[in-house]
Design a protein around this ligand. Structure first.
Ligand code: PLP
Length: 386
């Protein structure tokens, strides 16, 4: 059987167009974009033209886009940078990525006031809950789409509600960018994070959006790169590849959504026939290719391992939690009990997915679940097969 990659939320394959765009900057044109000679100024032009392209696509101004090494750096910089500029209170949803959660916890240990907001059962963070305790000098961080269950958050309404209380808003757009339409100015957020490898770009390249006038001091101090907003030699190839990947993935966002939703529907319909199953991802406001599902009596990690033996890559919850036996903080925040959370698997479709993957994934999952449950005495007992 061919290999089926169904873990696009962990990372996406590099798009051919991004690879081609990067090649010259990895080869003969290796110059530092800050160098004044000809090859350096060519690299500078490439970086600035990527910035212009990205600003256009994301609905932001050119001067508001800063390049980083990825989603984690952008998230940490946004929060620490706001803190250094005087923000005193940090409020985030309890289902944020660890790079946000752990940074908020650290800020708490440094004496800031911190708070974690719990979502509704489908993962939605309501504007009321997000803004409830916001005030002047507070930052509220809510992601645009969740990396485990795919829930899309009402970010414009959240930003409006927080702004009414004079707070600022950071939005982790890492999973959403290139997969659902987004205009930063229209969204109203003040700070936003992006990572190239989640939309067909290279690993190690990211974006931090800082709306003009936002209280922010750079985390990386040093050289004058990025107008003193992020010191360090620019990753020219990464930046060029990221801009290309964003352009390609945003060009057919709607047709990709329709295509992926069709594959997802077939998988969901097949999975629903497996007994003792719980669909954790909501259908209504969800990223197109996301399925998060729990199977009672067994563990997601074992399911993913057996599926791997069948040449299908899926993830037990979030990739960042792999290797840990703790239940996912996202599923726990939704109110799932420990064993249901531990029994979860994430299937995330993307550009390499095709309709024929659906029956193959469903068949492999059914076999895997049957096999693993048969090893569980409690299950055999329940089935009357002592
Ligand atoms: N934020 C979200 C929602 C993510 O899913 C991830 C990666 O899994 C990150 C941030 C971190 O991004 P990076 O891998 O570029 O550091």
């Amino acid at each position: 059987m061919d290999y089926i990659y169904a873990d696009h939320a962990a990372t996406t394959p590099l798009l051919d167009q991004a690879r081609s765009a990067m090649e010259p900057w990895l080869g003969e044109n290796f110059a530092n974009a800050s160098s004044l000679y000809k090859s350096g100024s060519l690299a500078r032009k490439a970086v600035e033209s990527a910035r212009r392209k990205i600003a256009n696509i994301l609905g932001a101004d050119y001067e508001e886009i800063f390049f980083t090494s990825g989603g984690t750096e952008s998230n940490v910089s946004a929060l620490r940078g706001a803190s250094d500029a005087g923000t005193q209170t940090f409020i985030c949803s309890a289902i944020e990525h660890h790079s946000v959660l752990e940074t908020v916890k650290r800020l708490g240990s440094l004496g800031m006031h911190t708070e974690f907001v719990y979502p509704e059962q489908d993962g939605t963070v309501t504007p009321e809950a997000a803004a409830r305790n916001a005030a002047k000098d507070s930052l509220v961080s809510v992601m645009l789409a969740n990396n485990e269950i795919g829930t899309i958050e009402p970010i414009k309404e959240i930003a409006d509600a927080v702004h009414e209380k004079d707070g600022i808003v950071h939005c982790d757009c890492v999973q959403a960018a290139g997969h659902i339409p987004l205009s930063l100015h229209k969204s109203g957020v003040d700070l936003a994070s992006f990572s190239a490898h989640k939309f067909g770009g290279p690993k190690g390249a990211g974006i931090l959006y800082v709306k003009r006038g936002t209280p922010y001091l750079p985390l990386f101090t040093g050289g004058a790169q990025e107008w003193h907003m992020r010191a360090g030699t620019e990753n020219v190839a990464g930046i060029v590849g990221m801009a290309e990947a964003l352009e390609v993935s945003c060009a057919d966002i709607e047709s990709e959504r329709v295509r992926l939703e069709k594959i997802r529907a077939e998988i969901l319909s097949g999975i629903s026939k497996i007994p003792y199953v719980r669909i954790n991802s909501c259908a209504a406001q969800c990223l197109p290719g996301f399925i998060n599902v729990s199977f009672s009596f067994i563990e997601g990690e074992n399911i993913a391992t057996v599926m791997n033996g069948k040449n299908i890559a899926v993830s037990p919850g979030s990739a960042c939690a792999a290797g840990s036996h703790d239940p996912s903080h996202v599923l726990t925040a939704l109110g799932l009990d420990r064993s249901t959370a531990i029994g979860a698997v994430r299937i995330s479709l993307g550009r390499t997915s095709s309709q024929s993957d659906a029956p193959a994934i469903v068949a492999a999952l059914s076999e895997t679940v049957d096999f693993l449950r048969y090893l569980v005495p409690k299950w055999r007992e329940m089935m009357g097969n002592k």
